[in-house]
Design a binder for this molecule. Structure first.
Ligand SMILES: *Cc1c(COP(=O)(O)O)cnc(C)c1O
Length: 416
């Protein structure tokens, strides 16, 4: 099969049901091709206006009285994320960073099982997830058991079934691998954990806004995720956390703050946790960031997760077809699963000079992909924003770079 031509890509853009969403974002500089939405989602125009209003009108004119509209903003944001992750409106809230939320929920989970001494995760999990679990295990004298994954980073249910036993308190994985884009079988993993009586904690950072997620339908217990990747919430936007309704009263938050109190403004001298998801709030929420995040969340919800998923499957397939024809002959590897139902919205290539390639793409071609040591080059599809044609152009630039037509040695600088 021969891969698509540029005219084919233009044709796909003309027939793209999400094409009109491109204009809902602030236009990137002329000539820039942005394939890094898995790291920082592009800026929705509505976010600029939301921040302006929040600052100028609510903060500037309303001053402290604006807290009346702000105080339940984390809950309202949670309600808007809930349909994207298959959760009930009272099962999600927005707070802190993904790392901190992961700690809060993991600590609450292991504390609920004082007689179980093991946490199961995988060697390819995102570094912060590994570190948070390591720190928790150290403090509480628990063991971490690592499920092995192959080069494709896929969590295999049989590997999970071998690792989880009656000593397991918590099973924690990322739904989509930050490195390879491998998409785990959430339902199979939840079943295994449930049968052994362990709780599950999913990190949805690379999945939310990219693939449909059904936390309730698959019986997930706990989840966290960030809003600044495919939800386009902005740099440092607060993360979300999910606790299955039936567990909310049973698990104790590890950090007791006034926003988690059952009656915050009673200024009660003793802590008493809120009955529901609010008990996982700690301190004052970041209102300006949350206003920006809501603009991104609403845009993704409006585009619709089914249309987003259909498009990112098609575009990642286009990338893999072009890879086969253009890049594989030049020693570039592919670690992303080829089955579209087993990958998220980015594609991971490997190249021995991956850092130099990525720098060169940015400097000489204005193509933004990113690099993860030692050899991974990642390129993502932010479906409401990304066009088929820019992906085709970016892949053509990558081809030229690895085919030796360009001088790699000249490119310098950090690639975040
Ligand atoms: C991006 C990402 C994070 C980010 O954590 P922060 O605390 O927001 O910095 C965590 N986990 C995964 C899997 C991620 O992809």
């Amino acid at each position: 099969m021969t891969a698509a031509t540029r005219a084919d890509a233009e044709d796909l853009d003309r027939n793209d049901v999400l094409a009109s969403f491109r204009e809902r974002f602030v236009a990137p500089p002329e000539g820039l091709r942005y394939l890094d939405g898995h790291s920082l989602g592009p800026l929705p125009a509505a976010a600029v206006e939301a921040v302006r209003q929040t600052v100028a009108l609510q903060w500037g004119a309303g001053l402290v009285e604006s807290w009346e509209q702000w105080v339940d903003l984390p809950q309202r944001a949670g309600m808007r994320i809930a349909p994207l992750i298959g959760a009930g409106p009272d099962e999600v809230t927005l707070a802190d960073s993904t790392s901190v939320n992961l700690y809060k929920l993991a600590a609450a989970a292991v504390e609920a099982f004082p007689n179980r001494r093991t946490i199961v995760t995988d060697a390819g999990n995102f570094p912060t997830d590994r570190y948070v679990l390591q720190g928790l295990a150290r403090r509480r004298d628990l063991q971490i058991r690592l499920v092995e994954t192959g080069v494709d980073g896929l969590i295999r249910p049989d590997g999970v079934a071998e690792a989880v036993d009656e000593d397991t308190a918590l099973v924690s994985f990322s739904l989509v691998s930050y490195r390879t884009s491998a998409l785990a079988d959430m339902s199979a993993v939840n079943d295994i954990a449930r049968r052994r009586g362990a709780l599950t904690l999913w990190d949805l950072s690379h999945a939310v806004g990219a693939v449909p997620i059904d936390l309730a339908g698959t019986g997930a217990d706990l989840a966290v995720g960030c809003t600044y990747k495919y939800l386009c919430g902005g740099p440092g936007a607060p993360a979300f956390l999910f606790v299955r309704r039936a567990l909310q009263g049973a698990l104790q938050p590890p950090v007791w703050g006034w926003f988690g109190h059952r009656d915050q403004f009673s200024f009660d001298p003793e802590f008493a946790p809120a009955p529901g998801i609010e008990r996982y709030l700690v301190g004052t929420p970041p209102i300006v960031s949350t206003a920006a995040a809501l603009a991104g969340i609403d845009l993704v919800a409006e585009a619709g997760i089914e249309a987003i998923r259909a498009k990112n499957r098609r575009v990642t397939s286009l990338m893999i077809d072009l890879y086969d024809e253009w890049l594989a002959p030049h020693g570039v590897g592919l670690t992303t699963p080829r089955a579209p139902e087993r990958r998220g919205a980015h594609v991971a290539f490997t190249h021995p000079d991956g850092l130099a390639v990525t720098r060169h793409l940015r400097r000489d071609h204005r193509v933004i992909m990113d690099f993860r040591a030692p050899t991974t080059i990642r390129a993502a599809v932010a479906a409401p924003f990304t066009t088929y044609t820019e992906v085709w152009d970016a892949m053509a630039a990558l081809r030229r770079t690895v085919a030796g037509g360009d001088d790699l040695a000249a490119a310098e600088g950090r690639v975040t």
